[in-house]
Design a binder for this molecule. Structure first.
Ligand code: HEC
Length: 288
């Protein structure tokens, strides 16, 4: 009997067989370029880009976000979903796989473009071509809810700021990525007068906590996982407020505790977690 595919990391669902270790431990590097006035908007956009709750239907259920395909805003040579990809690194976003399964789904599979490079869609910031493109993606392709103007503006400013970095094209994945995205969502929340975006940013934080949770597997991390769950529940309660702004004091306290007490511990323990290539490789062997 064929072994069932590994599923201890949610990203394996969209990872080509045999690519698990590379996909779980490496990523294309990206550098952001923007001017100060839009810094918080770009950060909000980056957090949203990494949040499945922005999408709907199949995509959100599978925990897929924009960043599953455009890792770090770039591409993903390891991406493969049966019925959606022709070969690894391709996906069909012109058919309706995520909103309605169609027989011809694979036929239009295209290479996932690197958003650091100029493409078919204008990134000019004096028009709204990019905003309209992203809206169509979310609503029509991924069955997401109608995004607010603030959500779209944030996503577009993030996409406009994505650049390749000088030096290493590939970098290791780290719990620092998740911590940075939590910080980005938190910074984005400082800006929000728009409740819909604020709710999504709270979910962005909770999603990143979940991504940390799955990496700290096994008995030795039972306490850390407990703290992550509690932390996520606390922030969920804040997100239920219709006006997250009202709870900004509590949000700030939450973020302070996370940064000062919890994040350093996670960073110190990272070598024993599933961020480490050897730990991932051992877990894959055990699963077989
Ligand atoms: C399932 C994988 C997948 C997901 C999820 C995804 N994309 Fe893409 N994206 C693609 C592919 C493939 C293309 C190229 C489509 C084509 O050329 O026909 C693309 C194209 C784009 C482009 C146009 C690039 C150009 O040519 O100028 C942008 C911008 C973009 N995506 C942003 C996003 C955003 C924002 C999200 C989340 C709302 C997202 N993508 C989610 C796979 C994906």
């Amino acid at each position: 009997m064929a072994a069932s595919p590994p599923d201890f990391l949610q990203s394996f669902w969209w990872t080509a067989r045999g690519h698990e270790i590379a996909a779980a431990t490496k990523q294309p590097s990206a550098c952001l370029s923007f001017s100060d006035p839009v810094a918080k908007k770009v950060q909000a956009g980056q957090a949203l880009f990494n949040t499945p709750a922005l999408l709907g239907g199949q995509a959100a259920k599978a925990n897929l976000s924009c960043a599953s395909c455009h890792v770090n805003g770039r591409d993903n040579p390891h991406f493969f979903v049966q019925g959606l990809s022709k070969e690894s690194g391709t996906a069909d976003v012109t058919s309706s796989f995520f909103s309605l399964v169609r027989a011809n789904a694979v036929e239009d599979a295209a290479h996932i473009p690197d958003l650091a490079k100029p493409g078919k869609i204008s990134r000019a910031d004096n028009d709204t071509v990019l905003e309209r493109f992203i809206r169509t993606l979310i609503v029509e392709e991924f069955s997401g809810k109608e995004p607010s103007a603030a959500t779209l503006a944030a996503l577009a400013s993030y996409v406009r700021s994505i650049r390749s970095c000088e030096g290493d094209a590939v970098q290791a994945r780290s719990v620092r990525d998740q911590i940075a995205l939590i910080d980005a969502a938190y910074e984005g929340l400082q800006l929000q007068s728009d409740p819909a975006t604020a709710q999504l940013l709270i979910r962005a934080i909770r999603h990143q906590l979940g991504l940390i949770h799955e990496r700290y597997a096994g008995a030795r991390f039972a306490t850390q996982r407990q703290v992550l769950l509690e932390s996520s529940r606390n922030i969920e309660a804040l997100g239920e407020e219709s006006d997250v702004g009202l709870r900004s004091g509590e949000l700030a306290a939450w973020h302070r505790t996370f940064k000062a007490e919890f994040a350093p511990e996670l960073i110190a323990a990272e070598p024993h977690s599933l961020y480490n290539e050897h730990v991932v490789s051992a877990a894959l062997k055990k699963g077989r």
